[in-house]
Structure formats: C-alpha cells, structure tokens
Design a protein around this ligand. Structure first.
Ligand SMILES: [Zn+2]
Ligand SMILES: [Zn+2]
Length: 407
C-alpha cells in the first residue's frame, strides 16, 4: 500500500518540479530577503528544514525551484544572522502578521468537512478511526468548500479595513495572500508596527478579538457594578460614523435591528426592535429602550464584530509564514498575493490553479465530495473507482489524501 502512496507522492513532486522550472518567477519573497529565515518541508525527508538564509530574492527563487519542496516558508522576523540557531539570530523586527483560517470562523459546514478515509476502501463511518475491512488507520481529511472560503475572504476584508481605518496601516503597506488551502494571510509592513514586541502584539490581538472590551467605558448602555443603572438619556448618542470600537458596535447594532428575529433573547421585547429601528432612522438615542434590550444587542454586536484571527500567529515574533508564489503541498494550489483592489472578486478555486490542465492522468479515487476547481465541476465519488483527471485536479485529490496515482 505504502508503495502506491509513495508513487503518488513522487508524481506530485515531479509535477511541482516541472512547475517551478517554468514558473520560478512567480515566487515572491518578502522585502529584505537577506534578513529573513527561510524553511521548507521536504518531500523526500518528510521533515522541516529551517534556518536557511539567502542574499537576494533571486537566490530564494532558484533554491525553491531546485528543491521543489512540499511547502516553503519565510520568517515574519528580520534577523542580523538569519541562519544562526534561534537564540543567536539577533532579532531586529518582525512584520505584523495575521492568519485567517476557515476552520475558525463558525461556518456551519466546517464540521462536515472533517472525515477519515481508507485510501483503499474509501470513506470511513463518522467516528471510526480504522477501516473495518483492512484494519488500517484512516487518514484524516480536512476539506474546504466555497462557503468556507467565502467566509475567510470576508474576514480578511474586514481585517484589512480595520488595519487601515483604525490602526494606521497604509493601504500600500498591507499584503493579502491566499494560503493555498483554507485561508488568508495578511501582512502589515508598516514601520510603526515592525518593532512591536510580543506583549504589544498581544494587546493588538485583544483589540481585534474584543477580549476585555468593557462597553460601559465606551459610553454604551451597560451594567455598572454597584453603581445603579446608568441614565440612558445622559449617554452620548449612538452615532453611526464614530471611529473605532464604539462606531463599529453601533453600526452592528443598527444592522442587527434590521433582522432582530435572529437574535436569541430579543423575542421577549416584542415589537420594540421595530420601534427602535424607526426612531433610530431619524434621531438615534438610547432612551427609547430599556437597558436589558441594549445589553443583549451589544453582546451580540461584539460577538459578531470580534475578528476570528489566530492569536498565536500574530503574537509569535519568530513565526514562519508561507512564502508567496509557492505551491501548497496540501492542495497543489498556488499560495499567492491578492492585490487589495482584486480581493472582492478573487476566487481562489480558479485563480490559484496553476498546475497543468491539458494533460490527464489516471487516478484511483477512494472518496471525493463534489467540488469545483479550475473552472470545472467534479462529481461526488462515493465508492472507490478509477478515473482520468486533469493533472491539477489529480494533484488536489492526491494531496488531500483522497486518491492515488493509478499504475
Ligand atoms: Zn481499508
Ligand atoms: Zn465549507
């Protein structure tokens, strides 16, 4: 069995090698490559090679093309001696980085995308770890669909807006990249943020994820410990255009008021939401509803406004990040930069398909959900079967652990 898997992996590696031979120019190292650590996951050795350094972007490109790795990475950090062991590198600064993964977005379909597959006998029953027919441990597959990818993109757009509108990052200093699998990486290269230490980055994460946010301090209607109820008519009125958190929460409340039925806890207020919506459209004020109504809304607004970023990535000042313009070994898709003005219309499942479309190979699919990729639709494969696929789709299924190369 493992010989077939090895052969499939060798096939993917050859496809990657051929790709890089023709397309090394797509590899897009970050600014100051000479101060970065690079690393890659090797096909043959099945391990991570770290602490590499190069003198120029050109050197990075030719090395990645020569090695044709499964995954390639670069540091967010800038070092004096990037190839030295970690404690001797001489950290000088780090890009401010964010990771948005479809997995962390509360999208309902995510739970349906994780299952185990026996590469010979197909999909295992939910909860089963081993294949009942051959006893082998099924490989865990993490699929991703259009809905997940759309949610990840929407979150990326939100984050970019906040970086630019609230945190003083210039639009030209923001880089958005599709990871090649389930999410987006956002890098801020603004000089003001490069030297932030771990604690400062932690504070930033708190701001973005609403940890420790006290609505009362923002002049919003909120319970006050031991000081009685706030006088709602004395609070600053809810203005939609206000900057920062306050404005964002007020705008979110306003949008929730358009669909109050979806918020658990508002039902007991009857038609009040409708009345508030009408009065807010002419003259917004807090006095038109009781405190409990507002706290329910504010809690929901904060829940919706909190960004779903991976806090560990942003606070890790030695983090390695996928190198732009390289192939993601879990999919064969290109991890690529997306210019801000193209983000709204960006479709990773067509624009990151870079492997050959014209050539077809025979694969044995153990199981596959229906999917769309590279402008083609592929049907669900419920029982294992052999079929021909264009190279890019074959690599996609092989890399996800759903198919093997047919011999
Ligand atoms: Zn089996
Ligand atoms: Zn999904």
């Amino acid at each position: 069995m493992s010989a077939i898997v090895d052969r499939s992996s060798a096939f993917v590696r050859q496809v990657f090698k051929d790709f890089y031979r023709e397309n090394a120019n797509l590899i897009s190292p970050p600014p100051k490559p000479e101060a970065r650590e690079f690393g890659y996951w090797s096909f043959e050795r099945g391990e991570m090679i770290r602490h590499l350094s190069f003198r120029s972007s050109e050197e990075v490109r030719s090395e990645v093309a020569r090695v044709a790795p499964l995954h390639a990475y670069r540091s967010a950090a800038y070092y004096q001696y990037p190839s030295a062991p970690m404690e001797e590198k001489g950290w000088t600064a780090a890009d401010l980085i964010f990771d948005i993964d479809a997995d962390h977005l509360d999208v309902p379909c995510v739970s349906q995308h994780v299952y185990r597959v026996c590469i010979v006998h197909g999909l295992l029953e939910a909860g089963a770890k081993t294949c009942p027919r051959c006893g082998s441990v099924g490989r865990e597959v993490e699929w991703v669909c259009d809905t997940c990818l759309g949610a990840a993109k929407a979150e990326a757009v939100r984050l970019v807006d906040i970086l630019v509108e609230e945190l003083g990052v210039g639009e030209e200093e923001v880089e958005v990249g599709f990871s090649g699998n389930r999410g987006y990486h956002i890098v801020a290269y603004s000089p003001d943020h490069l030297s932030l230490d771990q604690m400062a980055r932690k504070d930033l994460v708190g701001y973005l994820t609403c940890v420790g946010l006290v609505p009362g301090l923002l002049g919003l209607p909120w319970r006050r410990e031991g000081r009685g109820r706030p006088r709602l008519d004395l609070l600053p009125p809810p203005m939609l255009q206000q900057p920062g958190w306050r404005g964002r929460i007020v705008r979110r409340i306003y949008s929730i008021l358009q669909r109050p039925d979806v918020v658990h806890g508002l039902a007991k207020y009857g038609d009040l939401a409708e009345d508030v919506r009408e009065s807010w459209s002419t003259e917004p004020e807090w006095g038109v509803a009781p405190l409990g109504f507002w706290t329910t809304l504010i809690e929901e607004a904060i829940r919706q406004e909190a960004l779903r970023i991976d806090p560990v990535v942003t606070t890790d000042i030695h983090r390695l990040l996928r190198l732009s313009g390289t192939l993601n070994g879990k999919t064969g898709l290109l991890a690529r930069r997306v210019p801000l003005e193209m983000l709204d219309d960006f479709d990773p499942l067509t624009e990151c398909v870079v492997l050959p479309r014209g050539r077809r190979v025979r694969v044995r699919i153990a199981y596959s959900p229906a999917f769309r990729l590279g402008g083609e639709e592929f049907d669900e494969v419920v029982e294992p079967r052999s079929t021909e696929l264009p190279v890019y789709a074959a690599v996609y299924l092989i890399s996800r652990g759903l198919a093997t190369l047919e011999t």
